[in-house]
Design a protein around this ligand. Structure first.
Ligand code: ADP
Ligand code: MG
Length: 453
């Protein structure tokens, strides 16, 4: 059931700052709702519109399907039903004692004395401040002040409780207390709406999230739906929730099960892949604790790198020769690309490289290099798209040789280096026989493996 709704809600301050623009929301009764957005995105202004403190310039607000009216009697009704707790408690608390502060709202509603007392006492009890009745609010801690402010609103028994940045300036213990309180009110039926720029809080706490940016609503959904959209979050100047970031990193490395949205530590732990166990036939002479190689995975079967070895640790050997093993995958480095500078060309040298360098294919770039190879009868596997084909070959763990000259060596090396930087997959690149000055080669020398022949 929709309890609070807005259609085309728009508000500008007298100085013409547009604070809320064309906002449509539908708040379901009994839910926990978070509005997330950077400072200045329009959350506080929207909240003031939601309880009639301010009147929209355009659009309407509906409570239980009825549009807000702005005469004083209707406004009193609205403010009783939709209570708001300001970000800064000092803006809300002004009476000399805690009791008088909490009683202010219900007293304005002309509650009879007895009802007033019971409402105030119950609200103070709910927030755990019954013993603070006679204290001046401004002597309390931040968390206690916040609880007084909440009690002041709860004393009017609202259906909807709105809290603007309820945890700002609270220490962790005070913050936990406030969130516990909100969960308790929600448990007993209150609809709770908060604003925050704390994505972790919004992600783990809320049932539904609205994302605000620059006075507009730019996204909404369950926290799982909304916080999956990293681009949208970026647009709003927010980051992903930490638990999702950790999870995605684990998933990327094949350490977590896919398609999960862990919110809590236990959910995160639960998303971890269990060790994979299987029965295998063991060769003679293998003992428990030994490692077996079960083969190599390529391409799409190898999720983590182009090339993976599947190893297994032998946990238990059954008398009939079968064993239980725990699977462990190990990424293997990709293959290599050797660039041969044909500006100083030696046929025997190239033959040596092909024979001893474990070369899977030979490619040539540039007319001169192709002609040289042809004249000497060097079989060229590739003559076009050579660099891309070489990268693909190297990704499958193989080695290839590119014959090229006339400055193309540097070009090819740069293209490969760009790929390495972009993909994060390290390829081995060797430059052979070059006479060019390549200032950048030195930097990469450590990761480059020059094939020896
Ligand atoms: P948030 O609560 O998300 O930080 P606000 O609703 O406070 O956002 O602000 C929305 C926009 O309205 C901002 O551009 C802000 O500078 C402006 N604004 C807020 N209060 C006032 C005001 N009293 N007068 C003029 N502009 C204001
Ligand atoms: Mg604000």
């Amino acid at each position: 059931m929709t309890i609070l709704e807005t259609r085309g809600l728009t508000y500008s301050y007298p100085d013409r700052t547009v604070a809320v623009q064309d906002v449509d929301i539908k708040i379901e009764k009994g839910k926990k709702i978070a509005f997330v957005g950077q400072n200045g995105s329009g959350k506080s202004t929207l909240f003031l519109l939601l309880n009639g403190t301010m009147k929209p310039e355009k659009g309407e607000v509906f409570f239980h399907g009825k549009p807000f009216k702005y005469d004083s009697k209707s406004l009193r009704e609205i403010r009783k039903s939709v209570g708001i707790v300001f970000q800064n408690s000092d803006d809300q608390l002004f009476a000399p004692t805690v009791y008088q502060d909490v009683a202010f709202g219900p007293a304005n509603l002309d509650y009879p004395r007895e009802k007033l007392e019971s409402c105030v006492n119950r609200a103070l009890e709910q927030v755990g401040l019954s013993n603070f009745k006679d204290r001046p609010p401004h002597h309390l801690s931040g968390g206690q002040k916040k609880r007084v402010a909440i009690a002041g609103v709860m004393a009017m028994e609202p259906d909807v409780l709105i809290l603007d940045e309820p945890l700002s300036n609270l220490d962790p213990v005070g913050a936990d207390e406030i969130m516990d309180l909100l969960n308790e009110f929600n448990h007993y039926g209150s609809t709770i709406i908060i604003s925050t720029h704390d994505v972790d809080l919004a992600y783990r706490w809320s049932d539904y999230v609205y994302l605000m940016s620059d006075s507009e609503l730019i996204g909404e959904g369950t926290p799982e739906e909304l916080f999956r959209q990293t681009e949208l979050l970026k647009l709003a100047g927010l980051r992903s929730p930490s638990s999702l970031e950790v999870y995605h990193e684990l998933e990327r490395r094949g350490l977590a099960k896919g398609e999960q949205s862990p919110k809590t530590l236990p959910e995160l732990v639960n998303a971890l892949r269990p060790p994979e166990l299987m029965w295998v036939d063991v060769p003679h002479g293998i003992k428990e604790g030994d490692t077996l190689n079960l083969g190599i995975l390529y391409g799409e079967y190898s999720p983590n790198s182009p090339y993976e070895a599947v190893n297994a640790k032998v946990l238990h050997i059954h008398p009939e020769g079968k064993a239980i093993v725990e699977l462990k995958r190990r990424s293997i480095k990709a293959g290599g690309i050797l660039l041969y500078d044909t500006d100083s060309y030696s046929y025997p040298e190239i033959l040596n490289i092909i024979e001893d360098g474990d070369i899977t294919f030979v490619g040539a770039m540039g007319k001169k290099s192709k002609t040289l190879a042809e004249e000497d009868g060097i079989f060229l596997d590739v003559t076009s798209g050579v660099i891309d084909r070489s990268i693909l070959t190297a990704l499958c763990g193989k080695r290839c040789l590119i014959l090229t000259g006339g400055g193309m060596v540097e070009h090819a090396f740069k293209r490969i280096r760009e790929y390495v930087e972009l993909s994060g997959i390290e390829l081995n690149v060797g430059i052979f026989n070059t006479e060019e000055e390549l200032p950048w080669l030195e930097v990469l020398e450590e990761s480059a493996e020059v094939f020896r022949v």
